[in-house]
Design a protein around this ligand. Structure first.
Ligand SMILES: Nc1ncnc2c1ncn2[C@@H]1O[C@H](COP(=O)(O)OP(=O)(O)OP(=O)(O)O)[C@@H](O)[C@H]1O
Ligand SMILES: [Mg+2]
Length: 273
């Protein structure tokens, strides 16, 4: 289906998926003697919700870290917007329009929800501290614009009531939502979510699922997510990459992956806490 439609396709529920946005070609990543990723290739299409699944230690987070520029693979190529990406620092990747959340929440506990979300816009701020001192008028205008964008995200994720609360005081599920807000504040083209629903109860998972779908729908954001809850993965994603011991063992629509015997053996049959 995909090969026959290089410019994209329409999903069963009527969402338009475009051409290839990101392509991983033959990626291999080693940590000393440990091969975290072995010769993996896959692509992510514009507007798509793409899942990466697999048992613990399969190499999923490592793959997200390659996409976000945190790790540079020993072998393989990363292509973004039809161009091969030179090895670059995570902040440079962020400037290209890729934002992420972390498997272990990475927020500033002592800072308010609002200020945490503002840090998501740092890569976009034109005026540095020095020029802010000299040109405070322009810096103020910029600050106002940033605040307006952030307020829109706060409304969108329904966290108005906690905007002044220090993040450290929030329950886990809301922290995850604030982390999503911070990533969205960077207005990413591609959003990477590493287990956005881990540790959540059913209701919190439903909320997060809805927000992920809404982000994709409202902002047209392409999303790559790692998730262990198979129900969530199958509901949310357009296509799924399956990893096991650093290798790709499956890639396709949720139905295709569900029917793949290698996947059933490696993952679906194995209990996961
Ligand atoms: N910084 C690192 N240094 C050394 N080894 C690492 C490092 N990061 C990951 N690994 C190893 O690489 C392999 C893949 O780890 P990774 O965290 O990518 O797996 P994962 O699929 O995200 O697992 P989980 O579901 O538990 O989060 C594991 O064997 C892990 O121990
Ligand atoms: Mg992980």
């Amino acid at each position: 289906m995909l090969d026959a439609n290089p410019e994209g396709y329409t999903t069963a529920d009527g969402r338009k998926i475009g051409g290839v946005l990101m392509e991983m070609r033959n990626i291999t990543l080693r940590f000393g003697g440990v091969k975290a990723i072995t010769d993996i290739s896959f692509d992510i299409r514009e507007g798509e919700i793409r899942a990466i699944i697999g048992p613990n230690g399969a190499g999923k987070s490592s793959m997200l870290n390659v996409i976000s520029g945190f790790y540079v693979p020993q072998e393989g190529e990363v292509w973004f917007h039809g161009q091969r990406r030179a090895p670059m620092k995570p902040y440079e990747v962020a400037r290209q329009g890729i934002a992420r959340t972390f498997q272990n929440i990475a927020l500033f506990d002592g800072m308010s929800v609002l200020d945490n979300i503002m840090t998501g816009r740092l890569t976009m701020m034109k005026t540095g501290l020095f020029s802010q001192a000299l040109w405070w008028g322009r810096a103020q205008a910029e600050e106002t614009e940033h605040r307006e964008k952030v307020e829109r995200i706060i409304d969108f994720l329904e966290i108005q009531s906690i905007r002044k609360t220090p993040v450290g005081r929030l329950p886990y599920g809301l922290k995850k939502r604030v982390e999503l807000a911070r990533a969205l504040a960077a207005e990413p083209k591609l959003l990477l979510l590493d287990e956005p629903m881990a540790g959540m109860n059913v209701e919190e998972k439903e909320d997060m699922s809805r927000f992920i779908l809404d982000v994709n729908d409202e902002f047209g954001t392409t999303i790559a997510l790692i998730e262990h809850d198979m129900g969530v993965v199958m509901d949310l994603s357009d296509r799924v990459v399956v990893m096991d011991y650093g290798k790709k063992i499956g890639d396709g629509t949720p139905d295709e992956v569900r029917a793949n015997q290698a996947v059933i053996d490696a993952y679906l049959g194995v209990a996961h806490d």
